[in-house]
Design a binder for this molecule. Structure first.
Ligand SMILES: [Zn+2]
Length: 240
């Protein structure tokens, strides 16, 4: 929609709702922090193509949305084990906590982690958490392993065809961060937490802990920051 269309729509929305919904400047959209109204929802749709700068300046942009971040494995289920002995379950929860922090700061969304401690959860319990919170999005965090230590890279999985676009958006954002590992692309995967999930969902394999370079990279603050930033940007692009 052209800018003057947005302005006209803004004026109309303001008139209908009886108060100023938001500043018309593209750099300060969605200032209003009241419960989301139908007019606001429509307005968000209208400005979907607004500049990404406006997203950076707006830290309440996903207020009212619920995002469930699932730290894979936990407790007796250690997941994969790296060459240095590190367990996947410990990396997933650390990564999930970083994503939670970034999402909370940048979007104002309601962020639910399936676990924040080293505890065992069944796959069904993880899906149940998404359902109980009526999640707008469910993202499961994992790290891969393979018998050959040469295999490296990041893969994004979806199950339902409707979630392919979501998976592609987030995957592309990750590789926009110049992460120096192989881009293994977006694939359809028959994972329980995706297949049984009624909510939009994807599963990220954020590197191979069986590969020395990946294993080291995953544990750096630089990678953790880039991953959290990319996933947050992808979620904003998808949900707004
Ligand atoms: Zn895993």
């Amino acid at each position: 929609m052209k800018k003057n269309g947005i302005l006209a729509f803004t004026a109309m929305s303001t008139f209908i709702s009886g108060f100023i919904l938001y500043n018309v400047q593209a750099s300060s959209l969605f200032k209003n922090e009241t419960a989301q109204t139908a007019a606001q929802t429509a307005a968000q749709t209208a400005v979907r193509s607004a500049t990404s700068n406006s997203m950076n300046k707006e830290n309440r942009i996903l207020e009212g949305k619920t995002i469930v971040i699932d730290a894979g494995h936990g407790g007796k289920d250690v997941g994969a084990t790296g060459q240095t002995g590190i367990h996947e379950k410990d990396l997933t929860v650390q990564t999930a906590l970083n994503i939670k922090q970034e999402l909370a700061e940048k979007t104002g969304a309601n962020i639910v982690l399936t676990r924040e401690q080293d505890e065992f959860l069944t796959l069904a319990e993880r899906v149940e958490i998404a359902e109980n919170h009526a999640a707008d999005l469910f993202i499961s965090i994992h790290f891969d392993a393979f018998t050959s230590n040469d295999v490296a890279g990041i893969t994004t999985y979806y199950n339902k065809p409707a979630d392919r676009q979501l998976a592609t958006m987030i995957h592309d954002k990750i590789f926009e961060q110049n992460i120096d590992t192989r881009d293994r692309g977006v694939s359809q995967g028959d994972y329980f937490v995706l297949r049984e999930n009624k909510n939009p969902s994807l599963l990220l394999e954020l590197g191979y802990i069986s590969n020395q370079a990946d294993e080291q990279r995953i544990q750096t603050q630089d990678f953790q920051n880039k991953a959290a930033a990319a996933i947050t940007e992808g979620i904003i692009s998808y949900l707004i």
